[in-house]
Design a protein around this ligand. Structure first.
Ligand SMILES: *Cc1c(COP(=O)(O)O)cnc(C)c1O
Length: 402
């Protein structure tokens, strides 16, 4: 049984903590503070008024200024903090700004950061340009390095960025091994957990200190808003909170509303995305033109054992490899797609397809030059219709290969 305490917080009469589906349904709502409205309304606000001088000087009301927190941002922060099991969460206007804020919150001039070679491409650009310009040494490592990362550590290494599975190539990282290899020093592990969501992967429990999400993807879930979330553990919460404040970062109330609404159905959507993406992945594995499928929940994936150990489910997004062919063949495949949309991002109800080009964003791992990688997001269309669309595309590709 759930009961509401005076301040609207959830209390459970059971001794067990509430399960994630229940948290997704109930957290971040304060009907008693908003005339009984079930959903936290959009709080468009810069100025927030104080009743008197003392309240202003003591800062003794929940919200002080629109940018630093309002009911809309709090609704999302509460849910994400509970799901990730962190000390607190801050919101940013995009996943990328969440990553740059997390990195700058732990790095100073003269420090060294180790970044997975499979990092999201704009994260990599941020490291190579901004961080480098600020005097941080940036080095990349093989996502499959595991405990071997100990040989790369330098006295001034202050952060390790992990992303598991990796963007575009879907390597799984041995986060517990990386965490124990860093020893007792002050090295922060920052994890991009966008793919699995906290429903299927819990980086803070496996040794990470800060978890970042492109809420744009699965949290919002409908391709109509951008949002980033950063959740820190006790050790890094203060400096994250300070850096976030100093940058003046905040998310628009309307986008917070859409993320809170999306989170209500996250478990249901992930529960649908998971078997659908897997079914298409297995079907592609048996397709005559497909060389390999990069989906960590497949038994054939080289990191499947690690995946099975650390993840409790898989997401909507994966890649597959076909033999490389001239541009005209790729155009024949893409331009004739009927259901799969050609576009960036992912996480919505609609299926998407994107060609993968690794030439600009891998320096430690060597992409196979005979392969053409294609990344797909599996949405909620009928699965047989999606397979037909892909099959027709692959046939066009083969005919145009010459
Ligand atoms: C999309 C994405 C991001 C960036 O999110 P934006 O909201 O587009 O800035 C970061 N990491 C991963 C893994 C992503 O897929």
């Amino acid at each position: 049984m759930l009961s509401k305490t005076k301040n609207g917080k959830m209390a459970s009469s059971k001794r067990n903590p509430l399960n994630r589906e229940t948290l997704l349904t109930h957290l971040g709502r304060r009907p008693d503070e908003q005339h009984g409205l079930v959903n936290t309304p959009v709080s468009r606000a810069s100025t927030i008024l104080f009743p008197d001088l003392e309240t202003l000087q003591e800062r003794s009301q929940p919200y002080l200024y629109g940018r630093t927190g309002n009911p809309s941002s709090r609704s999302v922060e509460e849910i994400v903090t509970a799901l990730e099991g962190g000390k607190g969460t801050r919101l940013t206007p995009s996943g990328l700004s969440a990553l740059s804020c997390a990195l700058t919150s732990v790095l100073s001039s003269g420090d060294d950061v180790l970044v997975t070679d499979s990092a999201y491409e704009p994260t990599r650009k941020f490291c190579d340009t901004f961080l480098t310009r600020m005097g941080v040494s940036v080095r990349y490592y093989d996502p499959r390095i595991g405990k071997g990362i100990s040989s790369l550590l330098k006295p001034h290494t202050r952060a390790i960025l992990v992303e598991s599975p990796g963007s575009l190539t879907f390597e799984i990282q041995d986060l517990p091994a990386i965490s124990s290899a860093r020893g007792q020093g002050d090295i922060a592990i920052i994890a991009d957990n966008t793919w699995a969501t906290p429903l299927f992967y819990k980086p803070l429990e496996l040794g990470a200190d800060i978890v970042v999400h492109a809420g744009t993807k699965m949290f919002v879930g409908h391709s109509d808003a951008s949002l980033g979330t950063i959740t820190a553990n006790e050790k890094y919460w203060h400096q994250l909170h300070e850096t976030h404040y100093q940058f003046g970062l905040c998310a628009a109330a309307d986008d917070c509303f859409l993320a809170a609404r999306g989170l209500r159905t996250l478990a249901i959507r992930m529960g649908e995305h998971r078997p659908r993406a897997l079914e298409v992945a297995r079907w592609l594995e048996n397709h005559e033109l497909v060389k390999r499928v990069l989906h960590p929940a497949l038994a054939t994936h080289p990191d499947h054992a690690l995946f099975a150990r650390d993840f409790s489910g898989s997401g909507s997004l994966f890649s597959f490899a076909i033999p490389r062919a001239p541009q005209a063949a790729l155009a024949a495949l893409f331009d004739g797609m009927n259901l799969f949309g050609i576009g960036y991002s992912w996480g919505g109800y609609e299926s998407l397809i994107l060609p993968v080009d690794l030439s600009e964003n891998r320096t430690v791992t060597a992409p196979d030059k005979d392969e053409q990688l294609i990344r797909i997001h599996i949405g909620f269309e009928d699965i047989e219709d999606l397979k037909d669309d892909l099959d027709a595309g692959l046939r066009r590709y083969r005919s145009a290969m010459g």
